[in-house]
Design a protein around this ligand. Sequence first.
Ligand code: ZN
Length: 418
Amino acid sequence: MIKEFKDIPSKVPLEQLDMSSFAKDKIRELFRTGRVPTAEAMVDEIILRAVKEGATDLHFEPGESELRIRLGFEGIMKKLVTLPKDISENLANILKTKGSLNAFEKKKAQEGRFSVMIGVHEFDIRMSTLPTMHGERVALRILQKNARVSNIEELGFSKENLDKVRKLLRRPNGLFLVTGPSSSGKSTTVYAAVNDIQSPEKNIITVENPVEYKLDFASQVTTSTDKTFTLVDSLRAILRQNPTIIMLGEIRDAETGTVAAEAALTGSLVLSTMLSGDAIGAIFRMTNLGVPPYWLASTLIGVVHQQLVRKICSSCKEEYTVSPEEHVSVANITSVPKKFFRGKGCDLCEGTGYRGRTAVHEILIINDQIRDLIYQHAPMLRLREAAHTIGFENIFQDAMKKVIAGITSIEELSRALG
Ligand SMILES: [Zn+2]
């Protein structure tokens, strides 16, 4: 639970309204007779609980007879409360009104945004709705405004990987990509990277929508949602302002990708994020988006690919002997010891055995040989071979080192990396 929010009192006893308790009929009766807090109060309480628990996501999922409300922690879901289905539409309407969505439109997916103050902290909430057969499913993504930018040393990079990243960041120009699946902490890494190299003599400009962290050392540009000032417009304008470092929210299409490459070619260090399954795959994703291989070859300097894994709870961590099957399944990745670690489960980790998360990484550095291969549009296999000759270690190898060090478990490695 987040410490600074723990003193904010709860106004609605959600636990007493939980349908997964034994008193289902009693709870239905409370709702039927209106002896429950208003839907507004319930929405406020649910958001407060999510913030208190440090959730990154909040999902309202209507089923046949119940509305399941769950918290998300960078991809891991946990139940908050289950309420009677009847209240589902009311709660969705309140959320849609908050997010300036059309409350009457229930057949189409919509996207919106609102902010809430909790204590002295402001949270930016991005919401999306999805019509399902049992009603509208609403997903909220919770971002704390003015949150502290992480130090790059806190992000779980191994010493070797941190050295590689810092070497890349010292380059005067080029395109530096952070890739991973959604909710893998990509933008946290990019912000930490910019923070690591910022200095008063550099001209740093960021462009994104919305601004996730406020930086006092950078000019931050927000693009408009109504397409009047797009990412591409803003990038072209930024290039006229002689930037040293440009941080770009996310590369999603050919135009952004090409303008990012163009910016890197004109002498700036450009940092951005992109969805990708692995570091080498990012090259193919860029060219598949339509970024010309010669543009990419002349600008890309490196790719950091990452994924989040849960950390073993330090209060209930125990050593155990690996079963022969488990040993065989991981032995082909690296030489492994006979003992691993896991969390037994305790009060502090709510019985899960995990507390907190860290990232696992793979880092591709583009040397002349790989640059040539990108230029020639060479197949993935040849790129892989070339990467391995310069000591490229894949994300499994990094994760395995964290398993051996007792930071995460072998089960978590399989869950996160498949
Ligand atoms: Zn524990």
